[in-house]
Ligand binder design. Structure first.
Ligand code: AMP
Length: 113
């Protein structure tokens, strides 16, 4: 599947749509999901143009993969999820019911308090 620039995360990355970036790294941004499905629901989005996890793992540079993975860990730490735990979800394609065809990992957790 080739990358289609006509998606909301591409527009957020290119400032065509406003968003509140919570953390930014060299190769990722972190935002709050607009329709949270848990008390904490963050999206860790690659800056690079990748459709989904396998596309990223196949084409991204080692630097991108390391920085992105650490971005997930920073999100877990910032949202205070280390002790109580969290879920990571990355939907892909039709079976995965992926809505936005730009790689993102959902970080879901209980309240920050
Ligand atoms: P999925 O592609 O199915 O993994 O999910 C895409 C997620 O992006 C959904 O949970 C949406 O609520 C979320 N979403 C869509 N548009 C925005 C936006 N403008 N800002 C933040 N989250 C969004």
């Amino acid at each position: 599947m080739s990358y289609d620039k006509n998606n909301v995360f591409y527009k957020i990355l290119h400032k065509e749509i406003n968003s509140n970036i919570v953390i930014e790294g060299d190769h990722y941004i972190v935002i709050h999901d607009i329709k949270p499905k848990a008390p904490v629901h963050m999206l860790v989005i690659t800056k690079g143009e990748y459709v989904n996890w396998d596309d990223f793992a196949t084409r991204a540079t080692p630097e991108e993969i390391v920085d992105y993975t650490k971005g997930i860990a920073k999100t877990v730490e910032l949202m205070n999820l280390k002790e109580r735990g969290y879920r990571l979800i990355s939907n892909a394609g039709a079976f995965g019911m992926q809505e936005v065809p730009h790689l993102h990992v959902h970080v879901l957790g209980d309240s920050k308090e």
